[in-house]
Design a protein around this ligand. Structure first.
Ligand code: NAD
Ligand code: IPM
Ligand code: MN
Length: 322
């Protein structure tokens, strides 16, 4: 029995997560799911988006399947996503971008940088402290190098020409790559952003600081059909959370048009994490066959609904297992 916490969250999280969960249940009948409510919806209803008890519930699972949460522009509201990443110390945000001619993994530091949480507002200015620590950089560098060692090479996305904090990050990443025997180069994040879109074949594993990885991964979605396609894993030493790269997409929520591929692929990453890469491959291949058959949601130019796409993947999963 494997315990998986399921967080639908807000907006299209409520539509894409049930699809991903049904597919997980189909390939792994031994998974015991339990629902955990967090997010803006819960905040509106109860005045609290996520408690310490919620974090403990999430921490009790072998893995977490997560949808997306809405962060309202309310000064008193703290992003639940950041709260969970910090509380469970999910320091590596792993974002694979795979498609025709593209096979890149962005490894994003997930606990510090501009998301340090150290900020304050004065009457005439507001400040956010960008923190790059040796410990934080070493562990993400190690994670990225281990991955790059089984692949091809590493690029360190940075802005060390301007930010002293990135000099430390680059030094630590390049030293770790040398130690691990990984071929490594460094690239300024602005130029890297464009070059990745123009020449994705030049890239393999990219490691970078928190917000650069956030922006780079949304831009990279352009290479493979958009935000509906990209999964991610938030990995720590003791916990792991799997979620689409996209957000709650309030502009399309509730209409059964959201693309569930990112959520389904996140479920596949969860399967690999719990030691079942064979089932992950069954799911990935099923998604590939459904897309290949021209069944697509509107963001990819198709007419399939979220649920109909999910049903098609479930049918293919059944064939793949047989
Ligand atoms: P978004 O990713 O939700 O949406 C950006 C655009 O992409 C929208 O036009 C949306 O319709 C489209 N899109 C996203 N996912 C799609 C899918 N699966 N299928 C089809 N189209 C899709 O980003 P946003 O609009 O900037 O943010 C909305 C809310 O989500 C905000 O409150 C933000 O803070 C939150 N957010 C949460 C997470 C998370 O929970 N991890 C991630 C990003 C944004
Ligand atoms: C993401 C999101 C989050 C981030 C937000 C919702 C806090 O954009 O997971 O990419 O900025 O990390
Ligand atoms: Mn983002």
């Amino acid at each position: 029995m494997v315990k998986v916490a399921v967080v639908e969250g807000d907006g299209i999280g409520r539509e894409v997560v049930p699809v991903a969960r049904d597919i997980l249940a189909a390939v792994r009948p031994d998974i015991e799911f339990f629902d955990v409510e967090v997010g803006y919806g819960r905040w509106e209803r109860t005045g609290c988006a996520c408690t310490d008890e919620t974090i403990a519930d999430l921490g009790s699972a072998a893995a977490i399947l997560f949808g997306a949460v809405t962060t309202p522009p309310d000064p008193g509201y703290r992003s639940v996503m950041l709260q969970i990443r910090h509380a469970l110390d999910l320091y590596a945000n792993v974002r694979p971008i795979r498609g025709e001619g593209v096979d890149v993994v962005i490894v994003r530091e997930n606990t510090e940088g501009l998301y340090s949480g150290i900020e304050w507002t004065e009457p005439d200015r507001a400040c956010t402290v960008r923190v790059v620590s040796r410990r934080g950089s070493e562990r993400i560098a190690r994670y990225a190098c281990t991955l790059a060692k089984s692949r091809r090479h590493l690029t360190v996305g940075n802005k060390a020409n301007v930010l002293k904090s990135d000099c430390l990050f680059v030094d630590i990443c390049t030293a770790e790559a040398a130690r691990a025997g990984v071929s490594c180069r460094t690239s300024y994040i602005d130029a890297l952003c464009l070059d990745l879109l123009m020449h994705p074949d030049r890239y393999d594993v990219i490691v970078t600081t928190n917000i650069f990885g956030d922006i780079l991964s949304d831009a990279a979605a352009y290479l493979v059909g958009g935000l509906g396609m990209l999964p991610s894993a938030n990995i720590g030493d003791r916990h792991a959370l799997f979620e689409p790269v996209h957000g709650s997409a309030p502009d399309i929520a509730g209409r059964n048009v959201a693309n569930p591929v990112a959520a389904i692929r996140s479920a596949a990453m969860l399967l690999t994490h719990i030691g079942d890469p064979a089932s992950a491959a069954v799911v990935e291949e099923a998604v590939g066959r459904v897309l290949g058959a021209g069944i697509r949601t509107p963001d990819l130019g198709g007419a399939a609904g979220t649920r109909e796409f999910g049903a098609a993947v479930l049918r293919e999963v059944g064939r793949g297992k047989a």
